[in-house]
Write a protein that binds this ligand. Structure first.
Ligand code: SF4
Length: 424
Protein backbone atom coordinates (compact mmCIF):
# COMPACT_ATOMS: atom_id res chain seq x y z
CA UNK A 1 0.00 0.00 0.00
CA UNK A 2 1.47 3.35 -1.02
CA UNK A 3 1.35 6.39 1.32
CA UNK A 4 -0.63 9.57 0.50
CA UNK A 5 2.59 11.52 -0.11
CA UNK A 6 3.89 8.85 -2.51
CA UNK A 7 0.59 8.90 -4.31
CA UNK A 8 0.53 12.69 -4.45
CA UNK A 9 3.89 12.72 -6.23
CA UNK A 10 2.26 10.76 -9.01
CA UNK A 11 -0.68 13.13 -9.54
CA UNK A 12 -0.85 15.07 -12.77
CA UNK A 13 -3.10 18.13 -12.26
CA UNK A 14 -4.41 20.08 -15.27
CA UNK A 15 -6.92 22.77 -14.24
CA UNK A 16 -8.10 23.71 -17.73
CA UNK A 17 -8.63 21.40 -20.66
CA UNK A 18 -10.79 21.62 -23.73
CA UNK A 19 -12.53 18.66 -25.31
CA UNK A 20 -14.65 18.41 -28.45
CA UNK A 21 -17.03 21.33 -28.91
CA UNK A 22 -19.73 19.47 -30.80
CA UNK A 23 -21.40 16.17 -30.09
CA UNK A 24 -20.15 13.54 -32.51
CA UNK A 25 -21.14 9.91 -32.90
CA UNK A 26 -17.82 8.13 -32.91
CA UNK A 27 -16.55 4.73 -31.83
CA UNK A 28 -13.93 5.99 -29.36
CA UNK A 29 -14.58 8.01 -26.18
CA UNK A 30 -14.64 11.77 -26.62
CA UNK A 31 -14.71 14.35 -23.83
CA UNK A 32 -16.77 17.47 -24.39
CA UNK A 33 -16.49 21.11 -23.40
CA UNK A 34 -14.22 22.66 -20.80
CA UNK A 35 -13.03 20.76 -17.77
CA UNK A 36 -10.18 20.14 -15.36
CA UNK A 37 -8.38 16.82 -15.04
CA UNK A 38 -6.37 14.85 -12.49
CA UNK A 39 -4.50 11.75 -13.60
CA UNK A 40 -3.28 9.11 -11.20
CA UNK A 41 -1.40 6.01 -12.36
CA UNK A 42 -4.70 4.07 -12.33
CA UNK A 43 -7.44 6.60 -13.20
CA UNK A 44 -8.35 9.79 -15.04
CA UNK A 45 -10.71 12.06 -13.08
CA UNK A 46 -12.44 14.95 -14.83
CA UNK A 47 -14.14 17.89 -13.18
CA UNK A 48 -16.64 20.53 -14.17
CA UNK A 49 -15.42 24.16 -14.05
CA UNK A 50 -16.95 24.52 -10.54
CA UNK A 51 -14.99 21.51 -9.21
CA UNK A 52 -17.78 18.89 -9.37
CA UNK A 53 -16.57 15.46 -10.39
CA UNK A 54 -17.79 14.74 -13.92
CA UNK A 55 -16.24 11.51 -15.21
CA UNK A 56 -13.85 8.79 -14.09
CA UNK A 57 -12.11 6.31 -16.36
CA UNK A 58 -9.57 3.60 -15.59
CA UNK A 59 -6.12 3.56 -17.20
CA UNK A 60 -4.78 0.13 -16.35
CA UNK A 61 -5.57 -3.51 -17.12
CA UNK A 62 -7.67 -3.60 -13.94
CA UNK A 63 -10.29 -1.37 -15.59
CA UNK A 64 -12.88 -3.08 -17.76
CA UNK A 65 -11.93 -1.40 -21.02
CA UNK A 66 -10.11 1.82 -21.73
CA UNK A 67 -13.04 2.92 -23.90
CA UNK A 68 -15.62 2.99 -21.06
CA UNK A 69 -16.18 5.53 -18.31
CA UNK A 70 -18.30 6.60 -15.34
CA UNK A 71 -20.19 9.86 -15.56
CA UNK A 72 -21.99 11.88 -12.89
CA UNK A 73 -25.13 13.85 -13.82
CA UNK A 74 -26.27 17.21 -12.45
CA UNK A 75 -28.96 15.25 -10.55
CA UNK A 76 -26.11 13.38 -8.75
CA UNK A 77 -26.61 10.01 -10.44
CA UNK A 78 -23.67 8.01 -11.68
CA UNK A 79 -23.93 6.30 -15.06
CA UNK A 80 -21.57 3.80 -16.60
CA UNK A 81 -21.06 4.34 -20.33
CA UNK A 82 -20.51 0.95 -21.87
CA UNK A 83 -19.23 0.22 -25.37
CA UNK A 84 -21.28 -3.02 -25.19
CA UNK A 85 -19.93 -4.23 -28.55
CA UNK A 86 -19.95 -1.20 -30.85
CA UNK A 87 -22.08 -2.79 -33.57
CA UNK A 88 -24.73 -4.00 -31.11
CA UNK A 89 -24.93 -0.71 -29.20
CA UNK A 90 -25.23 1.29 -32.41
CA UNK A 91 -27.87 -0.98 -33.87
CA UNK A 92 -30.05 -0.94 -30.76
CA UNK A 93 -29.59 2.62 -29.48
CA UNK A 94 -28.13 4.71 -32.31
CA UNK A 95 -25.07 5.43 -30.14
CA UNK A 96 -21.67 3.79 -29.77
CA UNK A 97 -21.98 3.91 -25.97
CA UNK A 98 -24.92 2.83 -23.87
CA UNK A 99 -25.48 4.43 -20.45
CA UNK A 100 -25.90 1.73 -17.77
CA UNK A 101 -27.93 3.11 -14.91
CA UNK A 102 -27.78 2.36 -11.19
CA UNK A 103 -31.57 2.61 -10.72
CA UNK A 104 -34.63 0.65 -11.83
CA UNK A 105 -35.45 1.42 -15.46
CA UNK A 106 -36.36 -0.37 -18.66
CA UNK A 107 -32.72 -0.93 -19.64
CA UNK A 108 -31.98 -4.17 -21.43
CA UNK A 109 -28.21 -3.80 -21.46
CA UNK A 110 -25.40 -3.55 -18.91
CA UNK A 111 -27.66 -3.51 -15.85
CA UNK A 112 -24.97 -5.04 -13.61
CA UNK A 113 -22.19 -2.50 -14.31
CA UNK A 114 -22.28 -1.08 -10.79
CA UNK A 115 -21.75 -4.48 -9.17
CA UNK A 116 -18.48 -5.09 -11.00
CA UNK A 117 -15.39 -5.06 -8.81
CA UNK A 118 -13.60 -2.57 -11.07
CA UNK A 119 -16.41 -0.05 -10.75
CA UNK A 120 -16.67 -0.49 -6.97
CA UNK A 121 -12.88 -0.01 -6.73
CA UNK A 122 -13.09 3.14 -8.86
CA UNK A 123 -15.43 4.80 -6.36
CA UNK A 124 -12.94 3.91 -3.59
CA UNK A 125 -10.18 5.48 -5.73
CA UNK A 126 -12.25 8.66 -5.99
CA UNK A 127 -12.58 8.90 -2.19
CA UNK A 128 -8.86 8.10 -1.83
CA UNK A 129 -8.02 10.92 -4.23
CA UNK A 130 -10.09 13.37 -2.18
CA UNK A 131 -8.22 12.36 1.00
CA UNK A 132 -4.89 12.72 -0.81
CA UNK A 133 -5.83 16.17 -2.11
CA UNK A 134 -6.67 17.25 1.45
CA UNK A 135 -3.08 16.47 2.44
CA UNK A 136 -1.51 18.01 -0.64
CA UNK A 137 0.85 20.94 -0.05
CA UNK A 138 -0.88 23.35 -2.43
CA UNK A 139 1.73 26.07 -1.81
CA UNK A 140 3.96 24.08 -4.19
CA UNK A 141 1.38 24.23 -6.96
CA UNK A 142 0.79 26.91 -9.57
CA UNK A 143 -2.01 29.34 -8.64
CA UNK A 144 -4.54 27.84 -11.08
CA UNK A 145 -3.75 24.30 -9.91
CA UNK A 146 -4.16 25.27 -6.29
CA UNK A 147 -7.53 27.00 -6.94
CA UNK A 148 -8.66 23.94 -8.93
CA UNK A 149 -7.81 21.58 -6.03
CA UNK A 150 -9.65 23.90 -3.65
CA UNK A 151 -12.77 23.80 -5.84
CA UNK A 152 -12.65 20.00 -5.95
CA UNK A 153 -12.34 19.78 -2.16
CA UNK A 154 -15.33 22.07 -1.69
CA UNK A 155 -17.45 19.70 -3.79
CA UNK A 156 -17.43 16.92 -1.18
CA UNK A 157 -19.95 14.04 -1.32
CA UNK A 158 -22.42 15.88 0.94
CA UNK A 159 -22.26 19.01 -1.22
CA UNK A 160 -22.74 16.95 -4.39
CA UNK A 161 -25.76 15.24 -2.87
CA UNK A 162 -27.16 18.56 -1.75
CA UNK A 163 -26.69 19.99 -5.24
CA UNK A 164 -28.63 17.09 -6.78
CA UNK A 165 -31.50 17.82 -4.37
CA UNK A 166 -31.26 21.56 -5.04
CA UNK A 167 -31.66 21.01 -8.79
CA UNK A 168 -34.83 19.00 -8.17
CA UNK A 169 -36.13 21.64 -5.78
CA UNK A 170 -35.69 24.36 -8.42
CA UNK A 171 -37.58 22.45 -11.11
CA UNK A 172 -40.28 21.08 -8.80
CA UNK A 173 -39.03 17.47 -8.50
CA UNK A 174 -36.77 14.98 -10.27
CA UNK A 175 -37.09 14.51 -14.04
CA UNK A 176 -38.41 10.93 -14.09
CA UNK A 177 -37.73 10.52 -17.80
CA UNK A 178 -35.78 12.42 -20.43
CA UNK A 179 -36.76 12.31 -24.10
CA UNK A 180 -34.83 9.60 -25.96
CA UNK A 181 -33.57 12.26 -28.38
CA UNK A 182 -31.38 13.65 -25.57
CA UNK A 183 -28.94 10.91 -26.59
CA UNK A 184 -27.74 13.34 -29.29
CA UNK A 185 -26.15 15.52 -26.56
CA UNK A 186 -25.16 12.66 -24.22
CA UNK A 187 -28.15 13.65 -21.99
CA UNK A 188 -26.37 16.92 -21.03
CA UNK A 189 -29.50 19.06 -20.87
CA UNK A 190 -30.64 21.78 -18.49
CA UNK A 191 -34.20 20.89 -17.42
CA UNK A 192 -36.79 23.67 -17.28
CA UNK A 193 -40.28 22.76 -16.06
CA UNK A 194 -42.97 24.67 -17.94
CA UNK A 195 -45.85 22.32 -17.12
CA UNK A 196 -46.66 19.32 -14.98
CA UNK A 197 -48.77 16.20 -15.31
CA UNK A 198 -50.09 14.71 -18.52
CA UNK A 199 -53.38 14.17 -20.34
CA UNK A 200 -53.92 10.44 -20.02
CA UNK A 201 -52.31 8.93 -16.89
CA UNK A 202 -52.06 5.61 -18.74
CA UNK A 203 -52.24 2.44 -16.68
CA UNK A 204 -48.97 0.93 -18.01
CA UNK A 205 -46.82 4.02 -17.46
CA UNK A 206 -44.06 3.91 -14.83
CA UNK A 207 -43.18 7.59 -14.92
CA UNK A 208 -46.57 9.32 -14.72
CA UNK A 209 -47.16 11.89 -12.03
CA UNK A 210 -50.79 10.85 -11.56
CA UNK A 211 -51.84 14.49 -11.79
CA UNK A 212 -53.89 16.35 -14.33
CA UNK A 213 -52.12 18.67 -16.74
CA UNK A 214 -51.27 22.26 -15.82
CA UNK A 215 -48.99 24.99 -17.18
CA UNK A 216 -46.64 27.00 -14.97
CA UNK A 217 -47.14 30.79 -15.08
CA UNK A 218 -44.50 32.64 -17.10
CA UNK A 219 -43.33 34.50 -14.00
CA UNK A 220 -42.57 31.18 -12.26
CA UNK A 221 -40.70 29.89 -15.34
CA UNK A 222 -38.61 33.04 -15.46
CA UNK A 223 -37.80 32.79 -11.73
CA UNK A 224 -36.86 29.14 -12.25
CA UNK A 225 -34.50 30.10 -15.08
CA UNK A 226 -32.67 32.63 -12.88
CA UNK A 227 -32.28 29.97 -10.17
CA UNK A 228 -30.99 27.49 -12.77
CA UNK A 229 -28.50 30.07 -14.06
CA UNK A 230 -27.16 30.42 -10.54
CA UNK A 231 -27.22 26.68 -9.89
CA UNK A 232 -25.24 25.73 -13.02
CA UNK A 233 -22.95 28.76 -12.63
CA UNK A 234 -19.57 28.28 -14.32
CA UNK A 235 -20.67 24.85 -15.64
CA UNK A 236 -23.08 26.57 -18.06
CA UNK A 237 -20.18 26.82 -20.49
CA UNK A 238 -20.68 23.07 -21.11
CA UNK A 239 -24.45 23.14 -21.73
CA UNK A 240 -26.14 24.17 -24.95
CA UNK A 241 -29.36 22.16 -24.67
CA UNK A 242 -32.64 22.59 -22.82
CA UNK A 243 -35.30 20.07 -21.90
CA UNK A 244 -38.71 21.70 -21.49
CA UNK A 245 -40.55 19.48 -19.01
CA UNK A 246 -42.53 17.66 -17.94
CA UNK A 247 -44.36 14.87 -19.77
CA UNK A 248 -46.32 16.90 -22.35
CA UNK A 249 -44.80 20.37 -22.70
CA UNK A 250 -46.24 20.54 -26.24
CA UNK A 251 -49.70 20.74 -24.69
CA UNK A 252 -48.68 23.98 -22.94
CA UNK A 253 -49.12 25.66 -26.33
CA UNK A 254 -47.19 28.22 -28.36
CA UNK A 255 -46.79 31.11 -25.91
CA UNK A 256 -45.40 29.15 -22.92
CA UNK A 257 -43.06 27.10 -25.15
CA UNK A 258 -41.70 30.07 -27.07
CA UNK A 259 -41.43 32.20 -23.94
CA UNK A 260 -39.48 29.49 -22.07
CA UNK A 261 -37.19 28.71 -25.02
CA UNK A 262 -36.34 32.37 -25.66
CA UNK A 263 -35.88 33.28 -21.99
CA UNK A 264 -33.76 30.14 -21.44
CA UNK A 265 -31.57 31.21 -24.34
CA UNK A 266 -31.03 34.65 -22.75
CA UNK A 267 -30.93 33.86 -19.03
CA UNK A 268 -28.85 30.69 -19.30
CA UNK A 269 -26.65 32.39 -21.93
CA UNK A 270 -26.85 29.41 -24.25
CA UNK A 271 -25.25 31.49 -26.98
CA UNK A 272 -22.09 31.73 -24.80
CA UNK A 273 -21.78 27.95 -24.36
CA UNK A 274 -18.58 26.36 -25.59
CA UNK A 275 -20.71 23.64 -27.19
CA UNK A 276 -22.01 24.18 -30.72
CA UNK A 277 -25.45 23.36 -32.21
CA UNK A 278 -27.94 24.14 -29.40
CA UNK A 279 -30.92 21.79 -29.09
CA UNK A 280 -34.31 21.98 -27.45
CA UNK A 281 -36.13 18.83 -26.34
CA UNK A 282 -39.73 18.28 -25.29
CA UNK A 283 -42.37 15.61 -25.05
CA UNK A 284 -45.76 15.75 -26.70
CA UNK A 285 -48.85 13.55 -26.85
CA UNK A 286 -51.25 12.52 -29.60
CA UNK A 287 -53.80 15.14 -28.56
CA UNK A 288 -51.27 17.93 -28.11
CA UNK A 289 -49.83 17.12 -31.54
CA UNK A 290 -53.23 17.16 -33.22
CA UNK A 291 -54.33 20.33 -31.43
CA UNK A 292 -51.07 22.26 -31.98
CA UNK A 293 -51.39 25.45 -33.98
CA UNK A 294 -49.27 25.13 -37.18
CA UNK A 295 -47.86 28.57 -36.35
CA UNK A 296 -46.25 26.99 -33.29
CA UNK A 297 -44.03 24.74 -35.42
CA UNK A 298 -43.21 27.63 -37.76
CA UNK A 299 -42.15 29.77 -34.76
CA UNK A 300 -40.19 26.91 -33.13
CA UNK A 301 -38.40 26.43 -36.47
CA UNK A 302 -37.10 30.01 -36.14
CA UNK A 303 -35.66 29.54 -32.63
CA UNK A 304 -31.88 29.42 -32.27
CA UNK A 305 -32.25 25.76 -31.23
CA UNK A 306 -32.74 22.63 -33.35
CA UNK A 307 -35.86 21.19 -31.71
CA UNK A 308 -36.81 17.56 -31.05
CA UNK A 309 -40.41 16.78 -30.05
CA UNK A 310 -40.96 13.22 -28.87
CA UNK A 311 -44.55 11.96 -29.10
CA UNK A 312 -45.86 8.98 -27.12
CA UNK A 313 -47.87 6.94 -29.64
CA UNK A 314 -47.29 3.53 -27.95
CA UNK A 315 -49.22 1.50 -30.56
CA UNK A 316 -51.18 1.83 -33.78
CA UNK A 317 -53.62 -0.80 -32.57
CA UNK A 318 -56.77 0.00 -30.59
CA UNK A 319 -56.74 -3.36 -28.76
CA UNK A 320 -53.15 -2.76 -27.58
CA UNK A 321 -53.93 0.81 -26.51
CA UNK A 322 -56.78 -0.55 -24.45
CA UNK A 323 -54.49 -3.22 -22.88
CA UNK A 324 -52.07 -0.42 -21.97
CA UNK A 325 -54.84 1.68 -20.45
CA UNK A 326 -54.16 4.54 -22.88
CA UNK A 327 -57.41 6.33 -23.75
CA UNK A 328 -56.74 6.60 -27.51
CA UNK A 329 -57.66 4.69 -30.64
CA UNK A 330 -55.85 3.68 -33.84
CA UNK A 331 -57.41 6.52 -35.90
CA UNK A 332 -56.08 9.23 -33.61
CA UNK A 333 -52.64 7.66 -33.40
CA UNK A 334 -52.51 7.40 -37.21
CA UNK A 335 -53.48 11.06 -37.57
CA UNK A 336 -50.72 12.09 -35.11
CA UNK A 337 -48.21 9.90 -36.98
CA UNK A 338 -49.14 11.50 -40.31
CA UNK A 339 -48.76 14.94 -38.75
CA UNK A 340 -45.31 13.97 -37.47
CA UNK A 341 -44.20 13.02 -41.00
CA UNK A 342 -45.65 16.26 -42.40
CA UNK A 343 -43.85 18.44 -39.86
CA UNK A 344 -40.56 16.66 -40.42
CA UNK A 345 -40.80 17.39 -44.13
CA UNK A 346 -42.01 20.96 -43.75
CA UNK A 347 -39.54 22.33 -41.18
CA UNK A 348 -35.80 21.91 -41.36
CA UNK A 349 -35.11 22.67 -37.68
CA UNK A 350 -37.95 20.73 -36.04
CA UNK A 351 -37.79 16.96 -35.74
CA UNK A 352 -40.69 14.97 -34.35
CA UNK A 353 -39.91 11.45 -33.14
CA UNK A 354 -42.28 8.75 -31.86
CA UNK A 355 -42.38 6.23 -29.04
CA UNK A 356 -43.97 2.82 -29.21
CA UNK A 357 -43.90 0.12 -26.56
CA UNK A 358 -42.48 -3.37 -26.93
CA UNK A 359 -42.95 -6.27 -24.55
CA UNK A 360 -44.51 -9.65 -23.89
CA UNK A 361 -48.27 -10.13 -23.37
CA UNK A 362 -49.35 -7.55 -25.94
CA UNK A 363 -51.93 -8.44 -28.61
CA UNK A 364 -50.49 -10.05 -31.77
CA UNK A 365 -51.85 -7.07 -33.70
CA UNK A 366 -49.45 -4.64 -31.95
CA UNK A 367 -46.18 -4.99 -33.90
CA UNK A 368 -47.96 -5.21 -37.31
CA UNK A 369 -49.74 -1.96 -36.40
CA UNK A 370 -46.36 -0.23 -35.94
CA UNK A 371 -45.25 -1.52 -39.35
CA UNK A 372 -48.53 -0.39 -40.86
CA UNK A 373 -47.59 3.16 -39.82
CA UNK A 374 -43.83 3.14 -40.27
CA UNK A 375 -43.68 1.11 -43.49
CA UNK A 376 -46.99 1.01 -45.33
CA UNK A 377 -47.69 4.74 -44.95
CA UNK A 378 -44.25 5.81 -46.15
CA UNK A 379 -43.08 5.65 -49.76
CA UNK A 380 -39.39 5.21 -48.89
CA UNK A 381 -36.90 5.42 -46.02
CA UNK A 382 -36.82 8.79 -44.18
CA UNK A 383 -33.70 9.48 -42.07
CA UNK A 384 -35.49 12.21 -40.09
CA UNK A 385 -37.90 11.33 -37.27
CA UNK A 386 -36.75 8.26 -35.36
CA UNK A 387 -39.05 5.64 -33.89
CA UNK A 388 -38.20 4.45 -30.36
CA UNK A 389 -39.35 1.14 -28.91
CA UNK A 390 -39.69 1.32 -25.16
CA UNK A 391 -39.51 -2.04 -23.33
CA UNK A 392 -42.39 -2.59 -20.93
CA UNK A 393 -41.95 -3.96 -17.42
CA UNK A 394 -42.64 -7.51 -18.60
CA UNK A 395 -40.48 -8.21 -21.64
CA UNK A 396 -40.51 -12.02 -21.46
CA UNK A 397 -37.54 -13.60 -23.22
CA UNK A 398 -34.97 -10.86 -23.90
CA UNK A 399 -33.47 -12.53 -26.99
CA UNK A 400 -36.90 -13.02 -28.51
CA UNK A 401 -37.72 -9.37 -27.86
CA UNK A 402 -34.48 -8.22 -29.50
CA UNK A 403 -35.13 -10.50 -32.49
CA UNK A 404 -38.58 -8.98 -32.93
CA UNK A 405 -37.07 -5.52 -32.63
CA UNK A 406 -34.50 -6.35 -35.33
CA UNK A 407 -37.23 -7.67 -37.65
CA UNK A 408 -39.17 -4.46 -37.17
CA UNK A 409 -36.10 -2.28 -37.62
CA UNK A 410 -35.25 -3.99 -40.92
CA UNK A 411 -38.68 -3.32 -42.37
CA UNK A 412 -39.41 0.08 -40.81
CA UNK A 413 -38.89 3.10 -43.09
CA UNK A 414 -37.71 5.34 -40.25
CA UNK A 415 -34.63 4.95 -38.03
CA UNK A 416 -35.65 2.62 -35.15
CA UNK A 417 -34.00 2.24 -31.75
CA UNK A 418 -34.64 0.87 -28.28
CA UNK A 419 -35.60 3.60 -25.80
CA UNK A 420 -33.82 3.60 -22.45
CA UNK A 421 -35.73 5.47 -19.78
CA UNK A 422 -33.27 7.80 -18.14
CA UNK A 423 -33.91 10.27 -15.32
CA UNK A 424 -32.19 13.47 -14.26
S1 SF4 B 1 -47.32 7.43 -21.17
FE1 SF4 B 1 -47.25 9.67 -21.26
S2 SF4 B 1 -49.41 10.28 -21.24
FE2 SF4 B 1 -49.36 8.17 -20.51
S3 SF4 B 1 -49.17 8.37 -18.28
FE3 SF4 B 1 -47.09 8.19 -19.05
S4 SF4 B 1 -46.46 10.31 -19.25
FE4 SF4 B 1 -48.69 10.35 -19.10
Amino acid sequence: MTSPSERNQKLSITPEKQGALEYIKISYPLRYGRYGEIRTPAHIFEFQPNGEIRTIAGRTGGWLTSAEWLKRTAGNDWQYFSAGGYAGALNYTGEYYVPCLPYQTNALFGTDAFERQEVVETFSAWHRLRRDLQQLDTTRLAEKQSAFVQRILEMNPQTLEHRGRRLHEIIGGPVTVLPPDCRHVEYDVIPVAISKGCLYNCRFCRVKSGRGFSVHPQQAVEAQLYELAQFYGANRINYNSIFLGQHDALHAGADPILFAARRAWDILEIGQSAMKDPRLFLFGSVDSMLAADPRLFAAVNELPFYTYINIGLESGDTATLSTLGKPLNAEKVTAAFDRMIEINQQYDRVEVTANFVIGADLPESHLPSILELTRSRLAHFYPKGAVYLSPLEHIGDKNRLLTRFNELKTRCRLPAYIYLIQRL
